[in-house]
Every structure is written in structure tokens, then in C-alpha cells.
Design a protein around this ligand. Sequence first.
Ligand code: FE
Length: 333
Amino acid sequence: MKKILSLMMIIYFWVAVSATAFCQELVVYSARNEHLIRPLFEAYTKETGVKIDYITDKAAVLLQRLKAEGQATPADLLITVDAGNLWHAAQEGILQPVASDILVKNIPSHLRDPQNRWFGLSIRARTIVYNPRKVAPEELSTYEDLAGPAWKDRLVLRTSKKVYNQSLVAMLITEHGDAQTEKIIKGWVSNLAAPPFSSDTKVLEAIAAGQGDVGIVNTYYVGRLLAKKPDLPLAIFWPNQAANGVHVNISGAGITTHSKHHKAAKMLLEWLSSPQAQNLYADVNLEYPVNPQVSPHSMIASWGKFKQNPINLDNAGKYQAEAIQLMDRAGYR
Ligand code: FE
């Protein structure tokens, strides 16, 4: 009888502990579009029973909202793209540190906050794209080289107003310092074949149309465009392979400072970095998994492997304001 009683006690406690650990509802604020996150959350709910409510909006809007809501926020997790945005959220005090061996194991250190407030969940490679009818890959080498005289009137860029380029230039500042980076950006500007475009896709279309020969874009835009128009003359080049490597950025997440469900939010974050979730997370947008154990989608795997720049992405945030000023001085609009 005693044995049965203690067994019942054990079962009771197990159920109680499970209930607090698993039977939760989480709220996510996401700057990633609904179609990218919904399948993921559905899979998580199916696996764990945890229901996830979410809203989607622009990163800046979500940041403002989290600040305004303060302690009253219903949000447990913030998902957004670009390390610059995640860095700002951390600076604003919106994200709290998370101690997790699983996250440390699944995510390379340059793709997460040194203070553990944000974590990369997918990698976005911002690389060189060229028109193979006009450029031989042997002519290409580095981002810096695109400032040289060989590329006069041949370079196409997206506007400097986009955070992707601000992060790229911030990382160049980290590597080369202000003066050297300004020289590079001035070189890019003097090589432009057309005024900067409003989107990566427009950069690609201009290169395919022969308006320029070479540009810098995130690879998933190449994947998307080639899926629709496979015959476009566009090819990917991995620059800086003999130097520091390709500029990568992330989409990522952090637990909000005022989350009332830290433990459940941490479990979701850990799950997002796990092999079973990584393909679901990265493949929908043709990005690279952040977890090195996971292979990318077959289409992007076909572009080959590359060395990525290992400098910590918190520099994209630290030097963002400097990057914006520098691009302005260099005449990069
Ligand atoms: Fe994008």
C-alpha cells in the first residue's frame, strides 16, 4: 500500500511538473513574415502541446511596442532579422540573458550575443553576384576589390538605407577601421553603374539585364528569383575566401525582459536551434541553418560551401551609427 501511495505521489508530481513545463501558451512578436514562422510554430505545438500566439510587424514597430508595453507586455520571444536590429533590442533593455548549454552548443559563437541576449537562428550570406556572360569568376576576389578601377561603371548596389548594407559596412569598419572603410565605400560609389536600388531583387534584375555586371546581395534573393526565372544570367561568388570570409548576418531571437514564461520560452528557443527545427526555419526562406550539424536546402547546397567571417555580429550593432555616417560622407545614397 505504501509503495502504491509513493508511486502515486511520484506520478502526481511528474504530472504537475510536466504541466508547468509544457502546458503553456507563448506569445511571439515576429519581424519575420507569417508564412515563414507559422509552419514552425505548428510543428512545435504538435510536438509539445504548447500553443503559440504571434503578431508580425516591422522590426522597428515591434521594438517600439515592446518598449511602450514595458512590464505589461504579453510577449515572451522577439524574432527579427539582422544582428543590427537584435543588438538594438538588447541595448534598449528589451531582451534578457539566457543561460543555455544547448544554445551554446547549437549556435556558433560569432552568431550570438556575447551576453546571451540574442541568438542567431538562420544565416544570411551577403555575397557577390555577377553576370557570367560579362564576368569570369577569376576576375572576382573580395568586397574590397570591388572598389578598384577594374569595376568602373560596373557595380550595382542596394540603397545604404537598408540595414543589411549598414551591417555589412559596420563589419568592414570592425575589420579595417574608419579611414580604410571610407576609401572602400568611396571606391564602390565611384564604380556604380546606376544609382542604388531599393531592393536586392532590383539589383539582381539590373545585373541580369546587363545594366551592371556585379553586385552585393543576400543569397536567398538569388534563390527566389532563379526559382521563378531559372535562365537569368546570374551566378554567386564567395568573396574573401583567402581573407576573413563571406559577410554573414542572421535572423534570430531573444527572450523578452518581461516574459512571464522564461522556462517555456527558453525551451522554444532551444528547439528552434535544434536539428529537427533548423531546416523548417531556414529552408522556407532559402537561408542557411545556423546549426553546423544541419545541411542546407539542396538548392543552396548546390552553390557550394564557403568560409564565413567569424567576427562576432554584435559589431554590426556597435558600429551601425558609424557606418551610416561613413556611407553618407562617402556619397553612398
Ligand atoms: Fe531580406
